[in-house]
Write a protein that binds this ligand. Structure first.
Ligand SMILES: Cc1cc2nc3c(=O)[nH]c(=O)nc-3n(C[C@H](O)[C@H](O)[C@H](O)COP(=O)(O)OP(=O)(O)OC[C@H]3O[C@@H](n4cnc5c(N)ncnc54)[C@H](O)[C@@H]3O)c2cc1C
Length: 291
């Protein structure tokens, strides 16, 4: 059970960071609380509640209208406190790259969980096989983080590859930024859970941009291996220049399976996850191409 000495409720991100730094003991930020509250950690002294900190928004990224003539659409600025329910019903989110982030948001648990769960919590709590990271990775998303020294940007891929160095205790994620997406880039998300509403055993997202000669840009990402969510660079290299035919996607699925070494837990064995990552990557690629 949580046994806190303080529950702090800042009204801005700056105040949140200051309160976190000033308060004694072991603390955490809390957004929707769907991870922290069920965990019932007795080692927590305080929580900094972000629900009134002004981090709840979905809007076009400033200056993100895309270069004229490049075919790029505007990027998105997503407040870290935005509930997953809002991502799942936002037309702006649905319009990006064929709606991959929209699909991932709609795949998170139930309405009840989505109404509380936040984007920031989903990105941070990726020790669970959370659904948004693969979709955000194929969109080349960045995190905007804040500490007492100011704000800094971190690519999501680097964040997961080197989290300890890039994100210290007390650093607040204020925003997830999706850069402008080139016209023609389409992406899809796939999830496997024990039942539809369950957290994933594994999940995957794939994005493709096709030119006359074949695949010009391929991005593939997975979560649920027991390691941080990641792009599968070997699969992306394999896909470069290939035609968008069933055989290409089947072989890409085999390359994906061969390139991961997932861990086992009570939900599934590592061997099953390895096999299913290949299946989900194949399906995500085929759906991205159809779009
Ligand atoms: C029944 C149930 C089913 C679930 N099913 C799914 C599912 O299908 N798919 C899925 O993806 N997830 C699922 N989850 C996990 C969880 O609900 C989500 O990952 C959710 O998005 C977490 O967000 P939150 O705001 O509730 O996180 P919180 O519990 O508030 O926080 C989680 C972690 O993130 C940190 N944090 C939160 N916001 C910030 C911030 N802005 N800056 C820095 N640190 C921050 C907190 O300190 C904490 O360490 C499920 C959870 C439950 C209870």
């Amino acid at each position: 059970m949580l046994d806190l000495s303080a529950l702090l409720r800042p009204t801005s991100p700056e105040e949140a960071v200051r309160l976190f730094a000033e308060t004694r003991g072991n603390g955490l930020y809390v957004s929707g609380g769907t991870v922290i509250v069920p965990s019932g950690s007795s080692r927590l002294d305080f929580l900094v509640d972000l629900s009134a900190a002004g981090l709840d928004y979905v809007r076009p990224a400033a200056g993100g209208s895309g270069e004229e003539g490049s075919g790029a659409g505007p990027g998105l600025a997503l407040g870290a406190g935005t509930c997953i329910c809002d991502l799942a019903r936002s037309q702006q989110v649905a319009d990006v790259a064929g709606g991959v982030l929209h699909e991932a948001a709609a795949a998170v648990a139930t309405h009840t969980v989505r109404n509380r769960a936040s984007l920031g919590g989903n990105v941070i709590a990726s020790h669970y096989p959370t659904d948004l990271p693969p979709a955000l990775l194929v969109l080349d998303a960045e995190l905007i983080a804040m500490n007492l020294e100011g704000t800094h940007e971190i690519s999501l891929e680097e964040f997961y590859a080197n989290r300890r160095a890039l994100h210290r205790k007390g650093d607040l994620v204020v925003e997830v930024r999706v850069p402008p997406v080139s016209r023609g880039l389409t992406a899809a998300f796939e999830k496997l859970g024990r039942i539809k509403l369950d957290i994933a055993i594994v999940n995957a997202a794939a994005a493709l941009r096709v030119e006359e000669g074949g695949i010009a840009d391929a991005r593939v990402a997975v979560n649920g291996t027991g390691r941080p969510p990641s792009r599968l660079r070997e699969v992306e290299a394999f896909l470069s220049g290939k035609p968008t035919v069933r055989e290409t996607f089947e072989e890409a699925g085999r390359v994906a399976s061969a390139s991961v070494d997932p861990r086992s837990n009570h939900r599934a064995s590592g061997a099953y996850r390895k096999k299913m990552i290949g299946v989900l990557v194949r399906r995500a690629l085929a759906r991205a191409a159809e779009k």
